[in-house]
Design a protein around this ligand. Structure first.
Ligand SMILES: [Fe+2]
Length: 406
């Protein structure tokens, strides 16, 4: 059985199933192994890891520890408790989609240019990214769910470029949910676009290494924060919030981050927001060496880690901002039909607009049909939980762009 334990309860003879360390940028151990050496135990205990998962079939048990299933149920309940209304949308997802796709492509193009210039030692300019950040912001102001639903639409495979645009998109979405005004959202967007500028000063073989970094390589990679700050300090038009995003996105609320090991509210609000967003995008992204998590699974992880590593209040708000059932996620309805969330709608975040695509009982595809779960006329059907698309061989994204009426 998989159980969750606190790091103080970890003993030699336990089998580590998951170090639960996705909030870190670099994990020093392979993920599953029998803990045999005292030095490994000490290394884990001093790494900043606070809780982890063990497999009690393969190693020693801790009888009182909760099982993974119990933990997940509790987390889901905690997430649902905070459920709010989605931010009001001026356009439907369908109306916003074509525009959002164009903005995404434009932003990818712009950041590619800015980062290529930085690689050549050319100064980045706030003006280079501002116009496309304005377009990102306006799309999110019209429909907060659409650009976010396109995060997985990544052209090419260069994580460094797409990550910058995704972080900008998520930060603006987050800020909009928190009620910030357009100029504040623009600052978040520009800060997000430029937050990893310093990576352009990291040697290419480390930045684009297809596997895990060694400890020495990771030490060099960590320097991207200070290197980025050096570049931004001399950039005209950089505001404090923009600089905090670049300078503090690897700090962690519990103090286990870098470069300064800041703690709690020593980290600015922009920095605390950027930390959440940066990790969320990292763990949901497909990389050469690992598949990204489903958004729903990743949000649950953010919630879990917020107990020790993120600002818990902001983490709860981030989950609300992206949606407990984000656009593009696969859910199971009480009627045992599977559906893709296509719009956050106007009701509670628990009752979005979904596109029914599959009959789970008969195991056969259905003619896609949209249901607004916040309205009564659908016969009271509602979401009972998330499903993993891989388990059903369904690609939710392919249904998002289908043009069918409600
Ligand atoms: Fe970074």
């Amino acid at each position: 059985m998989i159980k969750k334990i606190s790091v103080q309860d970890l003993r030699i003879g336990m089998f580590i199933h998951d170090l639960n360390a996705g909030w870190m940028d670099h994990v020093f151990f392979r993920s599953r192994f029998m803990l045999r050496k005292e030095e490994d135990l000490q290394k884990i205990q001093t790494s900043g890891i606070r809780e982890l998962y063990i497999d009690t079939v393969k190693g020693m048990d801790l009888p009182e520890a909760p099982t993974q299933t119990e933990v997940q149920e509790q987390l889901m309940q905690g997430m649902l408790r905070g459920a709010q209304r989605p931010a009001r949308a001026q356009t439907t997802h369908r109306e916003e989609l074509a525009y959002a796709k164009a903005v995404r492509a434009e932003a990818d193009h712009v950041i590619r240019g800015v980062l290529a210039d930085a690689r050549l030692g050319k100064q980045a300019q706030v003006e280079q990214v501002e116009p496309v950040v304005a377009e990102i912001t306006d799309s999110i102001l019209r429909n907060p769910g659409t650009l976010v639903s396109l995060l997985r639409l990544r052209e090419g495979d260069n994580y460094t470029f797409t990550h910058c645009v995704s972080v900008a998109t998520l930060l603006v979405t987050f800020g909009h949910h928190l009620g910030m005004d357009r100029s504040q959202l623009m600052e978040l967007g520009v800060g997000g676009m430029l937050h990893d500028l310093g990576k352009m000063r990291v040697p290419d073989h480390i930045l684009n290494k297809p596997g895990k970094l060694t400890n020495e390589e990771f030490e060099i990679m960590k320097q991207h924060v200070d290197l980025g700050m050096q570049l931004l300090r001399s950039t005209p038009g950089i505001t404090p919030a923009m600089a905090q995003i670049a300078g503090e996105h690897h700090e962690r609320f519990g103090g286990a981050g870098y470069p300064d090991g800041l703690h709690g509210f020593q980290i600015s609000a922009s920095g605390r927001m950027a930390a959440i967003v940066d990790v969320y995008d990292a763990i949901t992204s497909n990389r050469i060496y690992h598949r990204g998590m489903e958004p729903s699974v990743a949000l649950q992880k953010i919630f879990e880690w917020s107990e020790h590593h993120f600002d818990p209040e902001l983490a709860q708000q981030f989950i609300q901002a992206v949606g407990i059932y984000p656009v593009g996620s696969l859910v199971r309805l009480e009627s045992q039909r599977l559906a893709v969330v296509v719009d956050l709608g106007e009701g509670s975040l628990l009752n979005p607009v979904v596109r029914v695509v599959y009959d789970a009982r008969r195991r056969k595809p259905l003619e896609p049909q949209d249901l607004d779960l916040s309205r009564a006329e659908h016969g009271g059907d509602h979401i009972i939980g998330h499903e993993l698309p891989g388990d059903w061989n369904i690609d939710p994204f392919s249904f998002l762009t289908l043009d069918i009426g409600l």
